[in-house]
Structure formats: structure tokens, C-alpha cells
Write a protein that binds this ligand. Sequence first.
Ligand SMILES: [Zn+2]
Length: 144
Amino acid sequence: MLKLTAEVAERIRAHGAQSYPYECCGALLGSDGPEGRDAWDLVALENFRQDSPRNRFLVRPEDVLRVEKAARERRLDLIGWYHSHPDAPARPSEFDREHAWPWYSYVIVSVEAAQPRQMSSWRLTDDRRRFESEEIVAQLGMPG
Ligand SMILES: [Zn+2]
């Protein structure tokens, strides 16, 4: 289960709409625990795929380092990634599966004609053969 604050969900949607007709991508920062994981913040990334930025989401190794540093500074963990699917359903592509890592949450927002639509989250199985759907629930507020 992935808990998203309304603000994080809205920022993902806005980034997808703003990047349309190209894909947006970014990292989710939060915490992982026995009762699910919480995304408290995000870091927007540039989509560096020049050949096909419309349907190719790829995170560079230097992005991972930068995002992990940003997470530590905010006392959060890197818990996942998000990207948009312009004019395509919010389901992972074969390319997404081949380039994904287990454990992380992969949030996908479908954007049709610049309007954000459905949002879904996925976790790659440990054998990396398929994605399993992860439930997204609304997080109402930060504890304490
Ligand atoms: Zn994708």
C-alpha cells in the first residue's frame, strides 16, 4: 500500500500535465514501514531520453545519487519513482519492467490531451518478471 498526500498526488499530476506530450518523471521520498509506505515529498527529474521521450522513462545513475542525497537531507528515504504515460493507460510498459528494480513503488499517471487522468502504483516482483499492482490511498497528514 502506498499512501500519498493530496499535495504529492497533485504535484505528480501537475508535472505530467506540464510535460505533455512528453513523459515526466521523478522520485518519491518518504518512509517504508509495516503498515505500508508513505510518500511525503518528491523530486522532479528531467527526462533525458532524447530518442523517444514520449514513451521511455529512464533514470540515470547520477539521478539516483542526487535523489538519495536529497532524501537524506530531508530525513526521508527514496521509496519509488513516478512517470507519466501521455495518451496511454496507467499501466507499466514492457520497457518499464525491463528497467525497473524490485522494492520501489512505481507510480504511473495517465495524461490524455494534457489532462491528468488515472494514477496507479506498481511493484516489481523479486524475480523481476512482472509488476504487481499496489494500492494507492490518501494520506491525510504527517504524523506528529
Ligand atoms: Zn512507462
